[in-house]
Design a protein around this ligand. Sequence first.
Ligand code: SF4
Length: 166
Amino acid sequence: MNANRQKSIMVSACLLGLDTRYNGISKKNQAVIDYLTEEKWTVIPVCPEQLAGLPTPRPATRFQKGDGDAVLHGSGIVMNSEQQIVNDAFIKGAEQVLQIAALNRCRVALFKERSPSCGVHHIYREGQIVSGQGVSTACLKRHRISVFSEDELARLDTIDAGEENK
Ligand code: SF4
């Protein structure tokens, strides 16, 4: 079988043009769509926050303390614009994404940078962009699933799809 046909990747749904963001619109990224199409990835769209059962639109959410890894450790805080701590929902969304990865034997994700769920290298904390990862990204990485941002398409070329999808 052509190895390319085995390449499955979870992708932040908003990058694919789905209106899943907190403000009810997408963050469609044509470069991402073109790349995934050209490289014949099997795309699995996921939105951790919708999978958690949060509504769309929903209040904007930022880290008040720590990042996704800290939330999973119990020391971080994700808070929405209505001053509600939403750690439990974000952890639930991460667990849902992890289940989807397991069901599809998917070992790679391409996520939206700076999101409190999907951020790969950076997040918003108290109005600032800082180093850190979203809750779902942290959860996937704990389970040795590779997570890339939309700015790292070139790095996806280096993945051995056969290895990643074992
Ligand atoms: S949780 Fe992730 S997929 Fe969903 S809207 Fe936010 S960045 Fe996009």
